[in-house]
Design a protein around this ligand. Structure first.
Ligand SMILES: [Zn+2]
Length: 70
């Protein structure tokens, strides 16, 4: 529940023209062949950088929760 899940993909011409050519988080341009991540919770594509930022934030939250347990 509430688990973030990102599916790694490569930006194809089809994604860029039919879905989006902007990162759903930072609105940076996505270029053909870029590593992108499909956010299965919010149904959007985000860039590699944002995926890492979000994952770091999530891990911080997890460790904060663990800290309060002890
Ligand atoms: Zn981004």
């Amino acid at each position: 529940m509430g688990k973030l899940y990102f599916q790694e993909e490569r930006a194809t011409k089809e994604i860029l023209s039919r879905v989006t050519n902007l990162c759903g988080e930072c609105y940076d341009d996505i270029n053909l062949g870029d590593v992108i991540h499909y956010d299965t919770q919010q149904y959007r594509y985000i860039c590699d950088e944002c995926e890492q930022t979000i994952n770091t934030k999530t891990n911080e939250k997890v460790s904060l929760c663990e800290d309060t347990l002890f």
